[in-house]
Design a protein around this ligand. Structure first.
Ligand code: G1P
Length: 291
């Protein structure tokens, strides 16, 4: 079955960016000229997805406005003959069909995904965590997972190699190697730390699930913080059906923390048609000044 729908969980408080995120959703912080969440949306759309449910929460409705039409702004740009900007503004509001679902309480990523159950129905679907920005020249990261889903007809999670610190930040899998980039998930644990990590293969923010994940989430008890972790639910799913991991091709930025976001801004700017040259000049000048 073809994957048409995606869930983007975006209901968190964004505590790592306080005070910037006191009233502005973390997903709306800009990386160059677009909010973080737009990178995830464009990735899904480029991969062929056209229906997106964003899981949101109180105080975050400007995310809805961002992907909606903006008649006053469009009229203003038209009058000022700013055709390029007008085209871009319209492109954003036509990216996909959106649905916004409120999560009333911060009960974890697993719970946030469960909020999309009615929207998804009985079909496989993608999940994109907006904190992670992927730059994959040949095929969007979620598209690489969708291709793997096509091949195995099973849930697929994206994998990246992590260092010791990474074992404290990401879910880690116990892999059984199938091919160069595909691993069968034998076991997994959420943020185990270096001593308890099964491997250096971390889960980094993209998933394709069969609809059976919803029943698995429902059966998953909350952790010690009262949150239902998607990692625990995936582990439950592996009791019933195979789950695969895919070592993606490309580069990924963790825009969910301050340093990761700075890195994303600098590196994406370096590849940007307008800012590539000036950013390179800036970095060369700064490197002379600080060396
Ligand atoms: C979540 C998941 C974790 C995954 C990570 C990827 O954690 O629970 O398994 O490795 O996203 O970014 P969070 O970053 O929401 O704490």
């Amino acid at each position: 079955m073809k994957i048409r729908k995606a869930i983007i969980p975006a209901a968190g408080f964004g505590t790592r960016f306080l005070p910037a995120t006191k009233s502005l959703p973390k997903e709306m912080l800009a990386v160059i000229d677009r909010p973080i969440i737009q990178y995830g949306v464009e990735e899904a759309v480029t991969a062929g997805i056209d229906k997106i449910a964003v899981i949101t929460s109180r105080g975050k409705s400007i995310m809805e406005d961002h992907f909606d039409a903006s008649p006053e702004l469009e009229q203003f740009l038209e009058e000022k003959k700013k055709a390029d900007l007008l085209q871009e503004v319209r492109r954003v509001s036509n990216l996909a069909d959106f649905c916004f679902i409120r999560q009333k309480k911060a009960l974890g990523l697993g719970h946030a995904i469960l909020m999309g159950r009615e929207y998804i129905g009985r079909e496989p679907f993608a999940v994109l965590l907006p904190d992670d920005i992927f730059v994959c020249p040949s095929r969007p990261c979620i598209g690489q997972l969708m291709d793997t889903f096509e091949q195995y007809q099973a849930s697929v999670i994206v994998l990246g190699r992590v260092d010791k610190e990474g074992t404290k930040k990401y879910g880690i899998i116990k892999p059984k190697k199938i091919s160069e980039r595909v691993f069968k998930v034998e076991d997994m644990v959420e943020k185990p730390g270096p001593e308890k990590a099964f491997s250096d293969l971390g889960i980094i923010g993209r998933y394709v699930f069969t609809p059976e994940i919803f029943a698995a989430i429902e059966k998953t008890p909350p952790d010690h913080r009262g949150e239902i972790q998607i990692t625990d639910a995936i582990k439950k799913l592996t009791d019933e059906q195979a789950v695969y991991g895919y070592l993606f091709e490309g580069k990924r930025y963790d825009a969910g923390n301050k340093m990761g976001q700075l890195e994303a801004i600098v590196e994406i700017a370096l590849k940007h048609p307008e800012f590539g040259r000036p950013m390179k000049d800036l970095l060369l000048r700064l490197s002379r000044e600080i060396s």
